[in-house]
Design a binder for this molecule. Structure first.
Ligand code: OAD
Length: 250
């Protein structure tokens, strides 16, 4: 048996009804669905500068440009379907009683695959909020209009600008999300899938779970910054490895 076969077998054996399982996902999980990742040769941050498109300062300078980029991504994601990686994780979320999925992805594909107990660490591209934070509107709400008649779309409550409901660089993570994620990091099995593990605080959850005694596993097409905190690294495509784990006889 090759080491990857052994690793897949080992992971399959750890999945039991009484295992507390937490999965952290990143853009690599949606790569097979056609959603571009951020880093690497074909990554979005290789073509665009995050400081022009994904910071509060960028929005303040040029809200139209920022919205055009988010509108382009909403149109692209709308045409994408969940892949086998999303489907296997959705199945596990229904099968294992103590399962939490923390995703850095804003594409909503885990939810579309039917995953239960999802924590959206970086918000959702399908949510919006009032840029001014006007008193008449909730903090965030769902609006899947594609395309908007005008960008920036107007806030229905105050007529100012709407903003995408995602977390930008320089913004803090919702304290409730941080608290739930920290709780989920106290688990038996922590699986990190398709993330470069460079963006904090999300990436810090891997070492945090290790510190609490979790068995840590990574599934990625290459080694990442998470390596020092891993018990098992499965190098390969998420959609293929998760499929093989799921098909292992128990
Ligand atoms: P990255 O683009 O940084 O990393 C994607 C990871 O997926 C890389 O490590 C790839 O090797 C891996 N990968 C690619 N295809 C894969 C496949 N089929 N199977 C398994 N792995 C694969 O994306 P994230 O780690 O998600 O933040 O990026 C983290 C955050 O940085 C994002 O949430 C976003 C970005 O800026 C915000 O927007 C705030």
């Amino acid at each position: 048996m090759s080491s990857i076969d052994e690793g897949i077998f080992q992971l399959s054996q750890l999945l039991e009804p009484n295992t507390r399982i937490t999965v952290l996902t990143g853009a690599g999980v949606s790569a097979a669905s056609g959603v571009p990742t951020f880093r690497g040769k074909e990554g979005l941050w290789n073509k665009f500068r995050p400081e022009d498109l994904a910071t509060p300062g960028a929005f303040a300078r040029d809200p139209k440009l920022v919205w055009e980029w988010y509108q382009y991504r909403r149109e692209l994601i709308l045409k994408c379907q969940p892949n086998r990686a999303h489907d296997v994780l959705a199945t596990w979320s229904g099968r294992y009683p103590d399962f939490t999925l923390i995703t850095q992805n804003v594409d909503g594909l885990h939810e579309r695959a039917g995953t239960l107990n999802v924590i959206r660490f970086h918000g959702s591209i399908w949510d919006v909020g009032c840029w001014e934070g006007c008193s008449g509107s909730p903090h965030r709400w769902n609006d899947e209009t594609v395309p908007f008649a005008e960008v920036p779309p107007p806030c229905p409550h105050c007529g100012g600008y709407l903003r995408p409901g995602v977390v930008w660089f320089g913004e803090t993570i919702d304290p409730e999300v941080l608290e739930k994620s920290a709780e989920a990091a106290r688990c038996d099995l922590f699986l990190t899938v398709g993330t470069s593990a460079v963006v904090h605080p999300a990436a810090g959850l891997i070492s945090e779970s290790k510190g609490h005694g979790a068995f840590t596993v990574e599934i990625n097409v290459e080694e990442t910054e998470a390596l020092p905190y891993l018990d098992l690294a499965l190098v390969g495509k998420a959609e293929e490895i998760l499929d093989r784990v799921e098909r292992m006889p128990t």
